[in-house]
Design a protein around this ligand. Sequence first.
Ligand code: NAD
Ligand code: UDP
Length: 339
Amino acid sequence: MTPCILITGGAGYIGSHTAVTLMEAGHRVVIIDNLCNSSPRVLDRLRRLCGNSFEFVQADVRDGAALDAIFTQHPVNSVIHFAGLKAVGESMAQPLRYFDNNVGSTISLLQAMDRADVRRIVFSSSATVYGDPQQVPIPETAPLKATNPYGRTKLICEDMLRDLQCADPRWQVAILRYFNPVGAHPSGLIGEAPSGVPNNLMPYITQVAVGQRDYLSIFGNDYPTPDGTGVRDYIHVMDLARGHLAALDHLANEQQSITVNLGTGYGVSVKQLVDTFSRVAGRPIAHRHVARRSGDVAACYADTSLARTILGWQAEHDIARMCEDAWRWQSINPTGYAS
Ligand code: NAD
Ligand code: UDP
């Protein structure tokens, strides 16, 4: 039987784009998702893009029996673990829910993988593990310090994976630290569909552009950055998806665990992103300057040299392309998957 890749959280934003990229590269895919932050309509869209070349299991990753059944029924040889909760503010209000879901699901998954003799895993980490960075661009060797419960769940999972590699060298682990994923598949069929008020900048901009929100609040214009607004490393979700393919190839070919930043290496300010989006979409984005958001850092962007050297991967799409694809997705699907 042809081996396949298990994707946890594959109905979510990054997972669905990665699933398409893997299937387009000829891989067979099994998705497990409890749909706590995604819509079953994603699966119809994936079928439109890739046919029936994947299986979907609606289950919680903390359910060990459900995982055992997947490993018994499918010849899984690697896992990409996206499933998790990701809202920083929510994690501060409900820390136990975040530790239970994010750390609990990772423990459950690693135990099931061990039982099934599958020890190749790509883990979704985040630039949030660098806390308030002392230097930019940020290399992977920078000190790690989470500043909120969400970030701590990522650091705990990273630590668990490092301990596991030390204890048993059969484990092949790729920890990928994403910077700011934005954009959508060029078809406009899948994209980012946050429930409720978006926390992140790009979906907020696209919802203002489509008339669902009146204006964007720009948090802070007095940062020590060229135009005073916050600077981040926005990366096209299709480039990010390709990074997962490169990481899997690396693990299979080199059998060596890695921790790698996935970003473009370029910092872009809120103002630059808003201006580029307005130009690409051909409409102004109403906005107001308000106070800084608590916990935000001035600037955060990646040193991407390690990804280039060891994965032979680099981001290809620029900010204009990220805005173009995000806008196509939002304008075709004004209310996301409810459209
Ligand atoms: P998402 O919420 O769109 O996708 C996560 C998916 O996991 C959802 O479909 C959700 O239903 C599912 N899920 C959550 N807990 C589950 C559980 N216990 N069992 C089964 N399914 C479960 O989020 P995303 O933006 O695609 O992020 C994917 C991963 O990347 C997350 O781990 C996130 O922390 C990480 N990450 C995201 C960003 C970002 O800005 N989007 C940045 C850095 C890291
Ligand atoms: N931001 C903003 N208005 C919003 C959402 C975000 O001005 O409604 C700013 C935020 O202060 C930061 C940047 O946009 O400088 C990216 O924020 P996001 O939440 O998308 O990513 P993160 O801060 O987690 O890197």
